[in-house]
Design a protein around this ligand. Sequence first.
Ligand code: FES
Length: 142
Amino acid sequence: MASINRRRALAGSAALAVCAPVLAACGSDGSTAVDSGPSDGSGASDSGETLASAADVPVGGCFVVQDAKVVVTQPTEGDFKAFTAVCTHQGCLVETSTEGDIPCPCHSSKFSLEDGSPVSGPATSALAPVEITVDGDSILRA
Ligand code: FES
């Protein structure tokens, strides 16, 4: 009997050890926020870093570069812009889309492909711009 109780106690401790970091990363509403990187919100800042291929970015949509936490948009063909992919509401990463805006999956904010400004949802601040250059088919951090 004592060994069962001890086993249960150990199992409970293990569950707490596994869950605690997960809980720490969750918002009060259950959403998962991400580290926004440097204080400018632009993610890593390696100048010249290749972010994406132009072909990755849909016309009238956006492509999220997960590792760099940057979203590259193409509002009109051949016109590329980039912003931090960290939502200004509660810090989720926005999503790749072909729907004419930059959507956040956590609470449905949507941002402009042109300037990163919020167009709907709870977010009230724009996504910070990220300077890019286009070199042939490559989109690079400026
Ligand atoms: Fe809430 Fe993006 S984190 S809408």
